[in-house]
Design a binder for this molecule. Sequence first.
Ligand code: AMP
Length: 126
Amino acid sequence: MPVSGLPPYDDANIFARILRGEIPAKTVFEDEWALAFHDIAPQAPVHVLIIPRGKYCSFADFTAQGSEAEIGGFFRAVGAVARQMGLEAPGYRILANMGEHGGQEVPHFHVHLFGGRSLGRMVPAG
Ligand code: AMP
């Protein structure tokens, strides 16, 4: 069941297609819980997307419906990707857009990982 008021999971979304191997991605990490790949339109020197393997539309859906194992495994994977990309010492930012006000475009939950330069203010003005 989707989270109340949110649309059901769309199996045709682009990240579902990447998970099924139907379209290519520049994979940097994968394990039982997560797949990570370079964003197609990077907004920082390092811009990687980390997605859970399960069918979750958004952060809201994932945290409401995901199992403890999925949630734990996924967030460990986010940390592992940042470590693997050499970002721990200089630092990095993680971000998840949720819904319309969050600016979410792809309806499969994902975390953005940004790094490789100083990232400035948390939320741009305007
Ligand atoms: P969001 O606005 O949080 O839903 O972010 C979606 C992100 O997915 C954007 O940063 C896009 O550049 C990225 N994106 C869309 N299609 C692809 C793709 N085929 N491979 C990698 N990244 C993609």
